[in-house]
Design a protein around this ligand. Structure first.
Ligand SMILES: Cc1cc2nc3c(=O)[nH]c(=O)nc-3n(C[C@H](O)[C@H](O)[C@H](O)COP(=O)(O)OP(=O)(O)OC[C@H]3O[C@@H](n4cnc5c(N)ncnc54)[C@H](O)[C@@H]3O)c2cc1C
Length: 381
């Protein structure tokens, strides 16, 4: 996103992506109202809407069989007051198509950054492995948007502030029928989140951190039973999972860098602040970082007047939204998730969920928080 926005401003951009395509299964699929509003501001909304997606106007969760609406987007004053569920690879392919309309945008796939190039304490580029061998790239600025396992972050020596991990996710898919009745989020003996991906359900079974060994030891039949207890509609096809190879453990982390930059290098998105899936807000935050970066740094990069101090303006703008969102993921949503594998999560529903049931304005406020985030960014150049 930041590459496309900078190229749109006429800045020379080279995006390095380690994979050959964007076809990762392990990404969230949520395109928030704020991101869709950016599509509108860019004049790309009609094209965006051609990509197959489903719409969620409210987030309704099932707590031990009782439905509670947790966030309502319908009153947001935006062009698309809903979350669009769209496979993230489709969205990233879309961004690349837009990026390629700008002469200064270049993308190299199958190109993995291995090392920061540092000269006299300043990051001046990266060393990468490309399809045809090693590659050295020199740049006025390296923007590390390489996710929560960021190699740029690891090599930068910048200090990380971490929260203890509290959940992991078991990620698998089962076939979907059009008349399936499955709530997006179910809580009970465990927690299950399901994403409609057309002919299959992408399922996230949330477990306490590091509990996968225990789940495996109990066997596949027990796993089928656990999932079916949360989502009975899926019970008749859990047999499709006949090997643990079909169940991927995704480890979840919440952390952030104390300082997001050093001379020549800026970290954004999960590289600056790893987000948990709780609340489905990590993608939103990463996109907002990208917009703030392009707004603040684009005009300077274009005329070659970027100073190291400009990098701190990006952090100054985006740090507060990050801290509040992470507090929300850890302090408020922690109670939604299982403490151990026998935990009935519906028994310790955070009190705020009772308030959601009784007070519709709270649902709209949560819709605003999740859908637009704190300090909503707009395209300014
Ligand atoms: C299990 C799980 C589920 C989640 N579900 C949701 C959700 O539904 N909604 C939501 O909003 N958030 C969700 N999140 C959080 C969300 O995934 C992240 O906050 C978000 O993806 C961050 O975006 P990013 O662009 O910073 O990093 P990423 O999406 O991780 O992208 C990093 C990119 O950099 C590339 N890369 C990595 N290393 C290198 C390298 N060395 N060289 C070149 N390229 C490299 C990767 O291939 C990738 O394309 C979830 C998180 C987890 C752990």
């Amino acid at each position: 996103m930041v590459g496309v926005l900078l190229a749109r401003q006429g800045v020379e951009v080279l995006v390095l992506e380690k994979h050959a395509d964007f076809l990762r299964d392990f990404r969230g699929d949520t395109i928030h109202p704020s991101t869709q509003e950016l599509m509108y501001e860019l004049g790309w909304l009609d094209d965006f809407q051609q990509i197959p997606h489903s719409k969620m106007e409210q987030v309704t969760v099932s707590m031990a069989g009782n439905l509670v609406t947790f966030a309502d987007f319908r009153k947001l004053k935006v062009h698309c007051p809903y979350i669009a569920f769209m496979p993230q690879w489709d969205f990233l392919d879309f961004l690349v198509t837009k990026g390629k309309t700008f002469p200064s945008f270049r993308l190299l796939q199958s190109t993995e950054v291995r090392e920061l190039l540092v000269e006299e304490g300043r990051v001046v580029g990266v060393r990468a492995t490309a399809v045809d061998g090693p590659l050295e790239v020199r740049a006025d600025l390296v923007i590390a948007a390489d996710g929560r396992d960021s190699i740029c972050r690891a090599q930068s020596g910048m200090e990380t502030i971490s929260n203890a991990p509290f959940i992991d996710v078991l990620w698998f898919r089962v076939s979907r029928k059009d008349n399936d009745k499955v709530a997006f989020f179910q809580s009970g003996k465990g927690v299950l989140v399901v994403i409609n991906r057309g002919n299959y359900w992408q399922v996230a079974y949330v477990i306490p951190s590091r509990a996968f060994a225990e789940v495996r030891a109990a066997g596949l039949a027990e796993f089928h039973t656990r999932v079916a207890a949360l989502a009975p509609a899926l019970g008749d096809r859990m047999h499709e999972i006949d090997s643990w190879d079909q169940v991927h453990q995704l480890t979840v982390r919440v952390d952030r860098l104390k300082t997001w930059h050093r001379p020549g290098l800026l970290c954004i998105g999960d590289a600056a602040h790893a987000m948990s899936p709780a609340g489905g807000v990590g993608i939103n935050l990463a996109v907002q970082d990208a917009v703030a970066t392009a707004n603040i740094l684009g005009p300077k990069l274009r005329v070659n007047t970027l100073n190291d101090s400009d990098l701190s303006r990006v952090q100054a703008r985006r740090e507060l939204p990050t801290r509040i969102t992470q507090k929300f993921q850890v302090a408020v949503l922690r109670d939604l998730y299982p403490k151990d594998l026998h935990d009935d999560t519906a028994r310790h529903t955070p009190p705020i969920f009772t308030a959601f049931r009784l007070l519709p304005p709270l649902r709209h406020a949560m819709g605003r928080f999740i859908g637009l985030g704190i300090r909503q960014e707009h395209i300014s150049n």
